[in-house]
Design a protein around this ligand. Sequence first.
Ligand SMILES: [Zn+2]
Length: 81
Amino acid sequence: MIAVGELAQMGSMCAWEGCTVTFERDMPPDWNWLLAFWAPGSVLNIAEIGPGQWLCDCCLCGKHSRMLDSKFKRLKPAPEN
Ligand SMILES: [Zn+2]
């Protein structure tokens, strides 16, 4: 576990357990922000999400972005008419 104050001095660190890759200033192109929250329906403005509704607000390095993405279900393209 990393203390919040310690993390703030490192820049941004990948949130994947065991990964210590960090970046400072601009996010590298293969990294991604990961936001997860509860809402009763679709949200158009994330500023309206209450503080108690967030599951996570973090980033993943390129390797772990791809690992997470590989776990998502894939949708078939809609048939063309
Ligand atoms: Zn990582």
